[in-house]
Design a protein around this ligand. Structure first.
Ligand SMILES: [Zn+2]
Length: 253
């Protein structure tokens, strides 16, 4: 074999060809400063990651696009909210029921009235109502389970800084849910009145009946007075592997 042909063959095996797919991310970027900070860093980070991994990334704050034809997008993401009216909600459910894929972060699952959209909060996410959170924002040591999205993660790793949410429903008792990471070490939090000292807190999970991933991170520590972020959600290189591998898994349906 000629050297050039050999090199070409090597290059083709070293750089796996990813089928190009499109990701559409929805965001509001209006509330609160910690979530806005995450959106501001997420948009360029995903743009760059898309270019490096052979997919395209587009983001919009027009949630009405959920009512239109989303079939060209393999993955839809909710960065800092979920749809608020029934036309948008029905559009999203239709997209998922037709084989769409979804990646949601932090506030995307937040609700104190799960019955307002039971399919999303109780069936799809499974988590139901938000019940409490840690404060202030901190890293957490997470224990992972085996899944295509966690294959490059060690059994335990230290997350990026976030506020963490607790939920009404015990996802361990839901046979449709696979928990991909949960808090491994306590306490978590710095305010004694908003610190978790034990229990079970899932952080990343998937619903086996859908092509979906949810991750509870997506809240940066803030200097609220000066509106300056004190942490980055993308500061954990290990955690970033989950985001990338998760997106590639979702995009390869
Ligand atoms: Zn938050």
């Amino acid at each position: 074999m000629k050297l050039l042909a050999l090199l070409a063959l090597l290059a083709s095996t070293l750089v796996p060809t990813q089928a190009a797919f499109k990701v559409l991310a929805f965001y509001n970027g209006t509330w609160d400063a910690a979530h806005i900070s995450f959106v501001k860093e997420a948009n360029p980070w995903f743009q760059r990651t898309a270019a490096e991994n052979g997919f395209t990334y587009e983001s919009t704050n027009n949630w009405n696009r959920l009512t239109g034809d989303l079939s060209q997008y393999k993955v839809v993401m909710f960065l800092d909210d979920h749809p608020q009216n029934s036309a948008q909600r029905n559009g999203f459910q239709r997209y998922m029921d037709n084989g769409g894929a979804w990646f949601g972060f932090h506030v995307a699952a937040f609700t104190q009235n799960a019955n307002e959209w039971p399919w999303y909060h109780n069936t799809f996410l499974g988590s139901g109502n938000f019940v409490n959170n840690t404060w202030g924002p901190t890293t957490a040591v997470l224990r992972t389970s085996q899944h295509p999205s966690t294959m490059r993660l060690p059994q335990t790793y230290t997350s990026s800084v976030s506020e963490w949410y607790g939920w009404a429903n015990d996802l361990r008792r839901n046979p449709n849910i696979q928990i991909l990471a949960s808090i491994d070490r306590y306490p978590v939090g710095t305010d004694p009145n908003q610190t978790w000292r034990g229990g079970f807190h899932p952080i990343m999970w998937t619903n086996r009946n859908y092509r979906m991933l949810y991750a509870n991170f997506g809240h940066n520590a803030m200097d609220y007075e000066h509106n300056v972020p004190k942490s980055s959600t993308f500061a954990s290189e290990i955690q970033n592997r989950f985001i990338i591998d998760g997106l590639l898994w979702l995009g390869k349906r």
